[in-house]
Design a protein around this ligand. Structure first.
Ligand SMILES: *[C@@H]1O[C@H](CO)[C@@H](O)[C@H](O)[C@H]1NC(C)=O
Ligand SMILES: *[C@@H]1O[C@H](CO)[C@@H](O)[C@H](O)[C@H]1NC(C)=O
Ligand SMILES: *[C@@H]1O[C@H](CO)[C@@H](O)[C@H](O)[C@H]1NC(C)=O
Ligand SMILES: *[C@@H]1O[C@H](CO)[C@@H](O)[C@H](O)[C@H]1NC(C)=O
Ligand SMILES: *[C@@H]1O[C@H](CO)[C@@H](O)[C@H](O)[C@H]1NC(C)=O
Length: 358
């Protein structure tokens, strides 16, 4: 035995006891079965520890292996091959339980994004109209130069004073008409022309604002058109891939946590929980107690008996050889007779002394 070497005598003793018990057992022994018993494999036909403990005859479970496992301080789950009874690896296979999640995430990946469009036909045509409206072709320099020209191309005041000198040469009703014209001209000079000047000033300011706003409007429209087309391209052609990547990453992260936990739990069951070194120690103590303290003390007895039996042989021979001499000793002549022994001598002596005392 590799793991334990109980004294040979202990084994012999145990074998002797077992054989005695077997002999006392009156039930007929299946000789065929005993013959088939292989001492090397320790397998008894028709007997399966696997079937007894786990209900599965296909599992090779041997007491020797169990003791070996316990000596190595393994967990009972490993030593007793409990995984055939409780398929822990199968139970902790996360993939089986997360098929629903995988399907849901696949649904996310196959979402239809075709209705989502940034650059709708309406928006595109509006932007194209804006570009073709010719805003960029407005010549603000020309408009401003026109607006900078004076409102009147002649001197109104000179014209009015000429009219006033003419009025004095005329008679009514012509004089009255010239007077009315002169009043009209004065009104134009004093209120209409300043009003137009003010309006032109305001217009120029507005034009400047408009010009600053219009500047680059074509470029901006172009940019909007390009970016919107690019966004649409991404949504239609790349969004699904991005969603898919995201969903896969999410799924692997989620299953990663769960399967890490399952792996750890399985590892604990296989290696850490309830390690059975104490069982080995118990067995070892049992063997030591039985063989070293129990049977070894009996070894003296067997030793004495053996040597006794051994020395009986010469003693018997010597005894038989000298038996003739002993039997003829009594009949040899002149051999002194043993004296008669008086068992009651002491008593008689005692009686005599007692009589003397009286
Ligand atoms: C044991 O193995 C045999 C043959 O391979 C098979 O028919 C039988 O179902 C197995 N028994 C168990 C309990 O797995
Ligand atoms: C987990 O189960 C799936 C499907 O049921 C299977 O394809 C996979 O091989 C199993 N994984 C392990 C480690 O047993
Ligand atoms: C705008 O008008 C000015 C003056 O008439 C002219 O010199 C200039 O070339 C014009 N600019 C454009 C872009 O047509
Ligand atoms: C318009 O865009 C073109 C090229 O994109 C650039 O060269 C030009 O300077 C831009 N014009 C303005 C006014 O921003
Ligand atoms: C899709 O998007 C990703 C990330 O935004 C980018 O790295 C990749 O180049 C894009 N693929 C295509 C074909 O546009």
């Amino acid at each position: 035995m590799a793991f334990a070497t109980p004294p040979l005598s202990c084994l012999c003793w145990l074998t002797a006891v077992t054989l005695t018990l077997l002999a006392l057992h009156v039930r007929p022994v299946n000789v065929q079965a005993v013959r088939k018993l292989s001492l090397y494999t320790g397998v008894i036909p028709g007997f399966s520890l696997g079937e007894m403990l786990l209900g599965n005859p296909n599992v090779t479970l041997r007491v020797y292996d169990i003791l070996l496992g316990c000596r190595a301080d393994k967990a009972p789950f490993t030593v007793l091959k409990l995984n055939t009874l409780i398929p822990l690896d199968d139970y902790t296979n996360v993939t089986k339980y997360l098929s629903g999640l995988t399907n849901d995430l696949s649904a996310v990946q196959s979402v239809d994004l075709s209705p989502y469009q940034v650059l709708t036909p309406a928006l595109q045509s509006a932007l194209n109209d804006l570009q073709s409206a010719g805003l960029s072709s407005i010549n603000f320099t020309q408009i401003t130069s026109v607006l900078n020209q004076p409102v009147t191309s002649f001197d109104v005041s000179t014209y009015i004073s000429t009219m006033a000198s003419l009025i004095s040469y005329c008679v009514n009703p012509t004089q009255a008409r010239w007077s009315a014209h002169k009043t009209t001209m004065e009104t134009i000079r004093d209120s209409k022309v300043p009003a137009v000047d003010t309006a032109i000033t305001t217009l120029k300011a507005s034009l400047a604002t408009l010009e600053s706003h219009i500047a680059g409007v074509d470029n901006k429209t172009d940019m909007v058109l390009t970016l919107a087309a690019e966004a649409d391209n991404q949504i239609q052609n790349n969004m699904t891939a991005v969603l898919s990547d995201g969903a896969s990453a999410f799924e692997s992260k989620l299953t990663g946590y769960v399967s890490q936990y399952a792996t750890e739990a399985t590892y604990l069951a296989y290696n850490e929980i309830g390690n059975c070194l104490p069982l080995w120690n118990l067995y070892r103590s049992f063997v030591v107690m039985l063989c070293n303290y129990g049977v070894d003390s009996l070894n003296g007895f067997w030793f004495s008996l053996g040597w006794g039996l051994f020395f009986f042989i010469p003693v018997v021979i010597v005894g038989i050889t000298v038996a003739g001499y002993y039997s003829t000793m009594d009949s040899i002549r002149n051999w002194p007779e043993p004296e008669e022994e008086h068992d009651d001598e002491d008593f008689d002596d005692f009686q005599a002394k007692l009589d003397m005392l009286k």
